[in-house]
Ligand binder design. Structure first.
Ligand code: GLU
Length: 488
């Protein structure tokens, strides 16, 4: 049997980290088993669904490198893959359930249902539908129709039944059907509800494994009852635990953005996001923490998916992203940096070939310091403009050191004599100053660094100086030394 796994987003907003994790686990499982991966759009919530959200979700999946074999855009033999285009399919199954007596029309108004709800809550009971319309007489039905009531279709939940789910992640989970209550499967506008459409789709699309977030575990008994009533084979279910923030409350905006494309826009790399979310709930066997998509495909399985909640740790994401940034080519980082530098006003709209080469060298100089590419703006002061601000007391005291003026003067003289500034020529200059003045390296490069950058820490001087160019370096040094005099 071919494994067929689907990711079934509701297009009611952007793709969030939780959704991306479900999609990734679905995808990895399908690929690991040599099966098919399907993306189905669950857009039956007409008010909240939009094409814009659908496009956003698909774009985010593509960016992550999650590819699908069947779906709204690529088609496939089990289509259509958008639920609002499958209404006639659901209708025939609704008809069957009505004919078999597994479903019935319910004419209760919103107000009546609300009153019932409140009554149950007041008695300390779980709010649920108590079955008022289960056995209406023909006369009652005619009365309701005469009143212009538009019915919904409800599923008749059998009483006293234990509904068992052999969950691939959580083991056996048993629900009592008495706690479920007859639930709506088709709304009064003829649109099926999630719990109904999902069963019909998973069955008709021959889905073998439903792997999704734990928040859907409580829906599963309803879905199982529908499979049973229609005599359809159930897929295997696996419910992956929730994602919590570091403070152990449910992951939300407070813990950092949850939208996947937000991370793209800040300069996180897709490989890093995939690696990070793979570890949200799944654990490898060994110590290794970095995994490419193809490595994940070869090692992923549900038996290493934890029952306990996963914790979203921003520091860990930054650590993982930093790793992938360091592994990227400077060209890649330069390309990603351009929009950030443009937005902050450091770069013009059009970048020349020469300008791009310069940016690539800049990227090479700072890439090991970046957790995500948008941080490039924080380094921009080092490379753009001729301003130097002495950052703090530590930096100031470096410039007040004993041999500073001699070092700086000699540096300026040697700089003036160099034809082509390269990291190598800078290295040679700095070394020769140390030799001539009989000073340790630190006493040479620290004053030069602070005079050029205003900071005691930062990217390699050898790289910064050629990027700035002679003129800029000279201007910066004069400015820094003048500030020192003013400040004294
Ligand atoms: N459409 C549901 C959601 O976005 C997915 C349900 C499922 O995977 O069964 O939460």
């Amino acid at each position: 049997m071919t494994v067929r796994v689907r990711y079934a987003p509701s297009p009611t907003g952007p793709l969030h980290i939780g959704g991306a994790r479900s999609a990734l686990f679905d995808f990895l499982y399908a690929r690991a088993k040599g099966g098919k991966f399907i993306v189905r759009v669950e857009d039956t919530d007409l008010e909240r669904s939009s094409r814009e959200s659908e496009d956003h979700i698909l774009e985010a999946l593509q960016w992550l490198g999650i590819t699908w074999d069947e779906g709204v855009d690529v088609g496939g033999e089990y289509g259509p893959y958008r639920q609002t285009e499958r209404l006639s399919i659901y209708q025939s199954f609704t008809q069957r359930l009505l004919e078999q007596g597994n479903a019935y029309y319910c004419y209760c108004s919103e107000e009546e249902l609300e009153a019932e709800r409140q009554g149950l809550i007041a008695q300390g009971e779980t709010p649920r539908y108590l079955g008022k319309c289960r056995c209406l007489s023909e006369e009652q039905i005619q009365n309701h129709i005469a009143q212009g009531r538009n019915p919904v279709v409800r599923f008749r939940v059998p009483e006293n039944q234990a509904i068992k789910i052999n969950d691939l992640v959580r083991g056996e989970v048993v629900f009592d059907s008495n706690g479920v209550g007859d639930f709506v499967i088709v709304k009064s506008d003829g649109i099926p509800t999630y719990n109904f459409a999902v069963v019909i789709d998973d069955s008709t699309m021959q889905i073998t494994h439903v792997i999704r977030g734990e928040e859907h575990l409580s829906n599963t008994p309803r879905q199982v009852l529908i499979y049973q009533a229609l005599g359809l084979a159930e897929p295997s279910f696996g419910h992956v635990s929730l994602i919590l923030g570091k403070d152990r409350s449910k992951m939300s905006k407070r813990h950092g953005s949850t939208s996947v494309l937000h991370y793209r826009d800040k300069g996180y790399l897709p490989e890093a996001i995939v690696n990070f979310i793979a570890l949200l709930g799944w654990a490898p066997t060994g110590e290794e923490e970095f995994f490419s998509m193809s490595e994940l495909i070869s090692v992923f399985d549900l038996d290493r998916v934890a029952k306990s909640p996963a914790v979203f740790d921003m520091d860990k994401l930054n650590y993982i992203n930093g790793h992938y940034i360091r592994k990227s080519s400077p060209e890649t980082i330069a390309k990603l940096a351009i929009p950030h530098l443009q937005e902050a006003g450091f770069l013009p709209d059009i970048i020349t070939t020469e300008g791009f080469q310069w940016l690539t060298n800049m990227a090479a100089a700072i890439q090991e310091h970046l957790a995500y590419v948008a941080q490039v703006v924080e380094f921009a002061g080092l490379f753009f403009g001729e301003e130097v601000t002495i950052e703090d007391e530590e930096a100031r005291s470096v410039l007040q050191g004993e041999h500073v003026h001699t070092v700086i003067d000699l540096f300026l003289t040697k700089l003036a004599g160099v034809e082509v500034l390269t990291p190598e020529s800078v290295k040679i200059i700095l070394k020769s100053i140390g030799k001539e003045l009989k000073l340790g390296g630190k006493h040479v490069f620290m004053p030069v660094r602070v005079a050029i950058t205003g900071q005691v820490h930062g990217p390699e001087l050898d790289n910064i100086i050629p990027l700035l160019g002679k003129q800029n370096v000279q201007n910066r040094i004069r400015l820094a030394m003048a500030q020192l005099v003013d400040g004294q």
